[in-house]
Structures are given as structure tokens and as C-alpha cells.
Design a protein around this ligand. Structure first.
Ligand SMILES: Cc1cc2nc3c(=O)[nH]c(=O)nc-3n(C[C@H](O)[C@H](O)[C@H](O)COP(=O)(O)O)c2cc1C
Length: 177
């Protein structure tokens, strides 16, 4: 194994290379939603992950300076909406800074058990209360306890194909074996 990087050595790359290389790891795309008072808020998040089955825990990593996270953190809950391939427009809409008030325009949703928005026709949704928040570099790791979840709720048996993100672009999933 290369020892080019150790805990004490300066790293051997710049921010651009870090982004480029990490962009070669494909992810699903979610909108993590919540409420700020009586206003729905949310942002596009690729860093969603399952953490534990017993107890049921999931997590995601928002930037420490995210206005959206600051707004939804107060309520202590969030819902992860896994986007379908037909929801690419939501991916960009919920990632654009400065349009917080407009993000839910033309988006159909209803409140989940925690009150967080469940977005219609998502591939799956996972409704959570915030269990713990860890600060890690320029991101938080938000650990959530799952209180309710559902997959393929309103696709009428039609395959809900997930939206994928790879090298800065969106695409779809094709089964291959
Ligand atoms: C595909 C995709 C995945 C993203 N994943 C994350 C993520 O995991 N964490 C994060 O902080 N921002 C992520 N972003 C960027 C946020 O969506 C964006 O910075 C945020 O919506 C800005 O809103 P805010 O300023 O209110 O936080 C992602 C953007 C895209 C397009």
C-alpha cells in the first residue's frame, strides 16, 4: 500500500483533483426534506447512506454552512426522498443556492409521520428523527433514527428507475445480470 499520505504528511493533490476523483464514485440522488416552521425546506444530497438495522439508523452529510440544514435542524427530523430518473429537474432545483423559497413550487408532497415532506413519486422515502450530529471537517454527519419508510409507494407496479449521479452528470440504472 502506498504510504504517500500519512496523518502528518501534506496531501499530494488539490481540491479540484479531490472533487474529480471522488466524482468517479457513482451515487444515488436524494432530496432530504424538512420543515422550517410551517415552510417546507430541502436540498439535494448524494451522501445518503444506510448505517444500522438494529436500531434502524441512516445518515447523510450536509455542509456545515448549509442554510437549509440550519433551517431544518431546529425541528429535529428529516425525510430522505430517493429521486427517480423522471425527477432530474428536482435534483438541480434543490441544489441551486438562493432559491430556497421556490424549491417546492410545482412539487407535490405531503407530510410524513415526523412532519417532513414526502415528495410524490420518489422511488423511496425514509422518515427520520435526528439521533446525533457529528462535525467532520467542513461537513456534519447527521445520524437519523428511522421512524417510517416506504418504497415504490405510488408507481402502480411500474418500475421506478432511480436517478444516478456520476462525474457531474445524471443518468439512469440499467440492470445487467
Ligand atoms: C447530485 C448532488 C449531490 C449533492 N450532495 C450533497 C451532499 O451530500 N452534501 C451537501 O452538503 N451538498 C450536496 N449537494 C449540494 C447541495 O444540494 C447544495 O449545496 C445545497 O442545495 C445548497 O443549498 P443551501 O445553501 O441551502 O444548503 C449535492 C448536489 C448535487 C447536484
Amino acid at each position: 500500500m502506498s504510504r504517500a499520505m500519512s496523518a502528518t504528511a501534506d496531501h499530494t493533490f488539490d481540491a479540484q483533483q479531490f472533487r474529480t476523483v471522488l466524482g468517479h464514485f457513482p451515487t444515488g440522488v436524494t432530496v432530504v426534506s424538512g420543515m422550517s416552521g410551517d415552510q417546507p425546506v430541502g436540498f439535494t444530497i448524494g451522501s445518503f447512506t444506510s448505517v444500522s438495522l438494529d436500531p434502524p439508523l441512516v445518515g447523510f452529510l450536509p455542509m456545515t454552512d448549509s442554510a437549509t440544514w440550519a433551517a431544518m435542524a431546529k425541528m429535529g427530523s428529516f425525510c430522505v426522498n430517493v429521486l427517480s430518473r423522471d425527477q432530474a429537474d428536482l435534483c438541480w432545483k434543490f441544489a441551486k443556492s438562493g432559491n430556497d423559497a421556490d424549491r417546492y413550487n410545482d412539487v407535490d408532497w405531503h407530510p410524513g409521520r415526523t412532519g417532513s415532506p414526502i415528495i410524490d413519486r420518489a422511488v423511496a422515502w425514509i422518515d427520520c428523527t435526528v439521533e446525533e450530529v457529528f462535525e467532520m471537517g467542513d461537513h456534519y454527519f447527521v445520524l437519523g433514527r428511522v421512524v417510517a419508510l416506504e418504497a415504490d409507494a405510488d408507481h402502480d407496479g411500474q418500475g421506478p428507475f432511480p436517478l444516478l449521479f456520476f462525474k457531474g452528470t445524471l443518468g439512469g440504472f440499467a440492470a445487467d445480470g
